[in-house]
Design a protein around this ligand. Structure first.
Ligand code: SAH
Length: 345
């Protein structure tokens, strides 16, 4: 719920609207999801509220800590579904990677999140809870507060569009987490109508697009979504997004050995995006057992980056975090759920 909705709900029950705002503020600012701990509410109200607006918090079902400071949480919601959330520390602050769906329907061939298909969408509140849990972790470690959010966990945000946009607005709420729109990134596999709609939302967040190949043949092989929204249409939508919002679009490019990593692919990529407001993030693919893909060697990655840089395209090779804790997409969930299934057999 946003503030307006919380106020209205309270008023409908004959309670003062500002109490609704107080409750939201406990949740957003302190991560408290238990009325009995909201000490500035009168006792009678605390009892009554669980009946009016029940709080059913998620719990941390598993946790992994990497030597590099990355933490991965497996959060379990009351219905038993679990998603991953990753906390990453950088020089500029702490970022949280949030999942938008349980599982994913997109079926990208290299990604562990989509292996079991889509289970269900997450609500805005469930996405917010991931950030709240992350922020509780940061506090307990004495780490700085969370400064940015990337919606890059499991799920396809554009496939759960309304909830993701609502979540983004909640995270930005100035009496809550107060994360600036410029510090929020939404990553999509390339659902063109979603990108076009987001451009008109009036929220200047960063759009990140998982491109991974510069031509339809290679891209369709890696990402089935390309058969519906081919490369040309996708790039046109991204160029328009940059024009409308004035925000630089990030292209994610996972390098897969002998599939999309040659200088020819790099040159094609240059042709495709030259002259647009963008940034390319190269990621040596995380090998996922089921996919059978390998990462290129370092020289190949560097050569690919050099072609882009020489053409004047802003390029980075992604610094890897959390490899030792299966921090990449969907890996921990598969491991933990797999073990549970193994045990129950
Ligand atoms: N559905 C959204 C967001 C979730 S995936 C999207 O497609 O952008 C987050 C990012 O991780 C995407 O760029 C995705 O392509 C990438 N990814 C998934 N599996 C990967 C792997 N095994 N190695 C490297 N990147 C991967």
């Amino acid at each position: 719920m946003d503030v307006g909705e919380a106020r209205r709900l309270f008023e409908q029950h004959g309670l003062p609207g500002y109490r609704g705002e107080q409750v939201l503020s406990w949740i957003h600012r302190h991560g408290i999801r238990d009325y009995s701990q909201m000490t500035n509410l009168p006792a009678y109200l605390r009892d009554e509220l669980q009946g009016i607006a029940p709080l059913r918090p998620a719990s941390v079902a598993a946790e992994r800590r990497s030597v590099d400071g990355t933490i991965k949480l497996l959060l379990e919601y009351p219905d038993g579904n679990a998603v991953e959330t990753v906390i990453m520390r950088h020089d500029y602050g702490v970022s949280v990677c949030v999942s938008s769906q349980v599982g994913c329907a997109m079926g990208c061939s290299f990604c562990a999140s989509g292996i079991g298909g889509l289970v269900r969408n997450l609500t805005p509140g469930e996405m917010l809870e991931q950030v709240l849990e992350a922020s509780i972790q940061c506090r307990s470690m004495g780490a700085p507060r969370i400064s940015s959010i990337v919606v890059m966990g499991s799920g396809e945000p554009m496939h759960n569009y309304d909830n993701v946009v609502r979540f983004v607005r909640l995270a930005n709420w100035n009496k809550g987490l107060g994360i600036g729109y410029r510090h929020i990134t939404v990553s999509t596999c390339g659902i063109v109508p979603g990108i076009r709609r987001l451009a008109g939302e009036g929220i200047p967040i960063t759009l990140s697009v998982s491109l991974h190949a510069p031509d339809d043949e290679t891209r369709s092989r890696l990402m089935p979504v390309n058969r519906v929204y081919p490369v040309g249409e996708l790039i046109a939508a991204c160029r328009d997004y940059a024009d409308v919002t004035g925000r630089r679009v990030t292209y994610e490019y996972a390098l897969v050995r002998s599939v999309n990593d040659s200088p020819r692919h790099a040159r094609k990529l240059v042709e495709l995006i030259a002259g647009s407001l963008c940034h390319v993030n190269l990621i040596p693919v995380n090998p996922v057992e089921e996919a059978g893909f390998d990462r290129p060697d370092q020289a190949t990655v560097q050569a690919f980056a050099d072609v882009l840089s020489r053409a004047g395209i802003s390029t980075t090779i992604r610094r890897e975090l959390g490899t030792d804790i299966e921090a990449a997409c969907g890996q921990l969930r598969r491991r933990v759920l797999g073990e549970e299934r193994g045990r129950s057999r």
